[in-house]
Design a protein around this ligand. Structure first.
Ligand SMILES: [Zn+2]
Length: 281
């Protein structure tokens, strides 16, 4: 695990053991606000101890961007009394699949034995919710696409946006909806943040933001085109494996996860949706 500072009050922690997933901390007058936690217990405990010292023992709350385990598990390392903010769909999804996926993770690696799931305690179903932490106001904004429950956290004054997984080096929509993701990426462009802390990988700075978002939008449109082509040709679903990532303008990314597999899963997800929609007509 390594960390960097984005401003005097904002820290980003990154796991070098799982897909460069990020956890963010904001030091406020009212205590530390933590957005997502890393999956491994030792990393999470290390971050909690570090922030406990920095924030002089005061935490304000926890925020969860979405229900995926690499963002959820480490929350157990923070004080029990803290509220967990999230979208209502996140709470429902965790209640539905959380314990089961944790049991599977434990089977694969006993290091997860000490994880206890934390469930959201304050949720919203409308487009937005504001969390007030003294001098800092955090706007929680529904940004579905990667998953239905994904939210972003916008610090309006600083114009810093934590996107959860709605922005990542390869947009991943196999567990979500690419049309929603396209809307979300446009929404992020309209918000005009000056800094983006994405769910995985490095911080995106002012001069890069528009280029990066445009590349992801183009990528998703290409994924849709590729899926339509396979469908139109009546080719076998498995031929999707032959479509390289580069065909959609992205390069393999050093996230430590298999880029091509993710890319194929994206096209297959779109293909399946389009095919189902065709059958309905
Ligand atoms: Zn995710």
């Amino acid at each position: 695990m390594y960390w960097e500072r984005v401003t005097e009050e904002i820290f980003v922690f990154t796991s070098d053991r799982y897909a460069l997933v990020n956890s963010v901390a904001v030091l406020t007058e009212e205590g530390v606000v933590v957005v997502d936690a890393l999956p491994f217990p030792d990393e999470a405990r290390q971050i909690a101890a570090f922030l406990d010292a920095r924030g002089r023992g005061r935490f304000h709350s926890l925020i969860l961007t979405h229900y995926h385990m690499d963002h959820v598990y480490g929350l157990f390392a923070f004080p029990d009394h803290l509220d967990v903010f999230a979208h209502e769909l996140c709470r429902q999804k965790l209640l539905e699949v959380g314990e089961l996926s944790l049991a599977e993770a434990r089977k694969a690696d006993p290091v997860f034995d000490e994880v206890r799931l934390r469930f959201p305690t304050i949720t919203f179903t409308t487009g937005e919710m504001v969390v007030d932490a003294g001098d800092t106001t955090l706007r929680l904004i529904h940004m579905p696409g990667h998953t239905a429950d994904n939210i972003g956290v916008f610090l309006e004054q600083e114009r810093i946006l934590f996107t959860g997984d709605s922005v990542m080096a390869i947009p991943i929509i196999a567990d979500g909806d690419w049309r929603q993701e396209l809307e979300t990426l446009q929404r992020i462009k309209d918000l005009a943040p000056e800094t983006i802390v994405q769910g995985h990988g490095e911080v995106i700075l002012r001069g890069e933001i528009k280029t990066v978002l445009d590349r992801y939008i183009k990528y998703l449109k290409c994924v849709e085109d590729q899926a339509r082509k396979v469908l139109k040709k009546g080719a076998a679903r498995d031929t999707i494996w032959e479509i390289p990532l580069e065909a959609c303008g992205l390069e393999r990314v050093p996230l430590g996860i298999a880029s091509h597999q993710l890319h194929v899963a994206n096209i297959m997800a779109v293909y399946d949706t389009l095919k189902a929609e065709q059958a309905e007509r």
